[in-house]
Design a protein around this ligand. Sequence first.
Ligand code: FE2
Ligand code: FE2
Length: 192
Amino acid sequence: MRSALNVIRDEHRSLTAVLHGLWYLVDEVREGRRKPEFTVLRAMVHYIDTFPEKLHHPKESGYLFARLRRRTTLGRAALDQLEAEHIHGAKLIRDLEQALLRWEMGSQQDFVAFAEEVERYVDFHRRHMQQEEQVVLPLAERVLTEEDWRAIDAACSGNADPLIAKDVEKNFERLFKRIVKAPPPLGFGREN
Ligand SMILES: [Fe+2]
Ligand SMILES: [Fe+2]
């Protein structure tokens, strides 16, 4: 399989794990099994913000989607929808951050609002990734040329894009390690 596609699928898996972890922690608090762990929750929201916004979505929109648009008119509606979601996702993550802050400073009612934001965001992102994996990635495998893949693979390995600085990747790695070392389940609590 193409290395860019592996990178995108791996990043979807990481994001899915964090989204699932976030949803799980919220559910634990809702059921009264756990006290809020704001440091972990903040790290998770920050991870989601940093990761899709600065690393993942730019690679998709700027390289994979752009090349697909040049090669074919197939999948155009799906690409339009997904690119609109990349933009809309930035607003949703701001809403999530603000809801978390309000809960941290506020009350049980603010927790309910945060939990609703989490559910909305997790659902939004799951559907988004599913659409990419079921429609866009298979289409890319069918229609893109060797030259397209060279450009996309280079971008996905982080070499071609000066905006994706090494220190961003390092911070992101540190943050991810902090999240996975947080209490179980779902891989959280792992030392690595
Ligand atoms: Fe995306
Ligand atoms: Fe994606």
